[in-house]
Design a protein. Structure first.
Length: 80
């Protein structure tokens, strides 16, 4: 998809990409240059509310009787 840069260096995100990536107002885009000429990498950075929503449930596999530190030490000892 092709977009045009305005005189104020603004662009529009194509609707299909915005929908596919779930991009909403307030989100940020991180622009990074590549070693290849005329190439950019754009990383989508969600707002704080979406970031928090994505984190919910990440620790479900850690039951209250388990120790993450003890499990990490045992794992490292097993690796030698």
């Amino acid at each position: 998809m092709i977009t045009t840069v305005t005189t104020k260096n603004m662009i529009s995100i194509p609707q299909a990409i915005a929908r596919q990536m779930g991009i909403r107002p307030g989100w940020k885009l991180d622009w990074q240059e590549c070693d290849t000429a005329d190439t950019l990498i754009v990383k989508v950075i969600p707002d704080r509310a979406e970031s928090g929503r994505r984190l919910l449930g990440k620790g479900k596999n850690m039951a209250s009787g388990r120790s993450a530190v003890a499990e990490l030490v045992a794992e490292r000892e097993a690796d030698g």
